[in-house]
Design a protein around this ligand. Sequence first.
Ligand code: CA2
Length: 148
Amino acid sequence: MRILVLDGPNLNLVGTREPQIYGHSTLKDVEKLCVKTAAAHGLGIDFRQSNHEGVIVDWLQEAGANKAFGVVLNPGGLTHTSVAVHDAIKGIKVPVIETHISNIHAREPWRNHSYVSFAAKAVICGFGIEGYALAIGGLAATAGKGRR
Ligand code: CA2
């Protein structure tokens, strides 16, 4: 059983700039953490990043079609803009955990709003990259229990 970990625009840059916000870990480090965490739960990981909104939508639809175990989604800046990502999550019967490295509620006011949260099963933010591990643990702990 596989979890899709999807990262949106600019997340390929984490660890290279703005370390005071995103820390020093790179996306490769995030991938390693996800693989290790999922393995501890007997799960596999498919880890992807795209700077393109339509690609994220395609991958969410793919997760739905393939009946993925769950999706850990850091939509990056699309969080605050994308009705299309919101609709894609609504269109699949797979639990999606919205995950952010930073605490989006403690930043600029326009980052406080998320189109994704309305559709996600749960939201994790502010734990740095550990949030990805928490999201995977949350999916494993709540599998088959109620609301997608
Ligand atoms: O905190 C998060 O994980 C975010 O999803 C990261 C996004 C941001 O737009 C969201 O509001 C919160 C940004 C992705 C990383 O962008 C960088 C840009 C320059 C240097 C390093 C990272």
